[in-house]
Design a protein around this ligand. Sequence first.
Ligand code: HEC
Ligand SMILES: [Cu+2]
Length: 332
Amino acid sequence: MYSDRIVPRFVLSLVSLAFLAGCSRSPSVLAPASPEAGKIADLFWILLLISGVIFFLVEGLLIFAVVRFRSRQQATLPKQVHGNTRLEIAWTVVPSLIVVGIFAIMFPTMSELTQQQAGALKVKVIGHQWWWEIVYPDLGITTASELHVPVGQPIEIEILSADVVHSFWVPELFGKTDTVPGRSNWTRFVASKEGVYPGQCAEFCGVQHANMGFLIIVEPREAFEDWVEEWGDAPDEPDDGPAALGEQAFLTGSCIACHTIDGTRAQGKLGPNLTHFGGRRSIAALTLDNAPENLASWLANPQSIKPGTTMRIPSLSSEVIRNLVAYLESLK
Ligand code: HEC
Ligand SMILES: [Cu+2]
């Protein structure tokens, strides 16, 4: 009875899993867009092959034994064996050799992908609960959640943490690298195709761990250089209207305790740098798309959108929110 029902259910859940996997647009490690991710994908196939061979060998022997020695009339018991030193040594040594072999295959890739590299564009990524700070030390740029890089250029990322262990991961571009408080880890890659690659924190780091995404925007060199150039001059001061009122509200409100906007007296460091916020695609580490109505709901109640976020603010009137939205969206 029990097994009658459990088997169809198991099959059903496998089938629906296959369907769900088919319709999600999650990035796949098996669709690499950099030579580094390509090496990781190759390792996956090698491991799959090794474990596939072991699986079919073990299951084959098992099925053989089950069929060959199944209960029959006038069955003779197979020969009973107790303690066979040679066999026991063999099944200890062979798996150990397989594991050592796998390590030997993996190690060169592992050390190669974490080496520092001359001539690379340097980026620092700092994990915070629950957003990513992105710094280009040589370009004087500090932003959040969206990392722009030119296609074909070696990128070297130093990965740090402001609080707990997170893990920085873009399946199509490079492997997972933990952020460890007080320590620098490194990863490097060369993106070979333009595109927008989603990344995700891959190590549970608190209640909003799932809302800790980011994007790597791989663009042609000219587009990247234009983007860098925008950072050369601070965003234009709004002359009048809601944006000017919003700027005033921002600079006289609590916002400046946590946020920096270059060229203004807002120099807070606890939250994301908002200098070119209007040019960004998302709000609060990919939790919302960057659109005026989403920004208004974020400012109306960040705790209802991302419960636990360190952005705690007194409630704002809808007029102040409207002005702040006009100001922040004008920061391109
Ligand atoms: C106590 C610190 C603090 C204060 C005060 C604060 N914020 Fe924030 N803010 C944060 C943090 C931290 C985040 C990132 C939240 C997350 O993604 O988890 C954030 C995110 C944001 C974002 C989205 C940024 C991004 O990178 O997506 C905007 C816009 C923003 N805040 C505007 C404001 C405004 C306007 C005020 C003033 C009314 C304000 N903040 C006050 C800490 C603060
Ligand atoms: Cu996390």
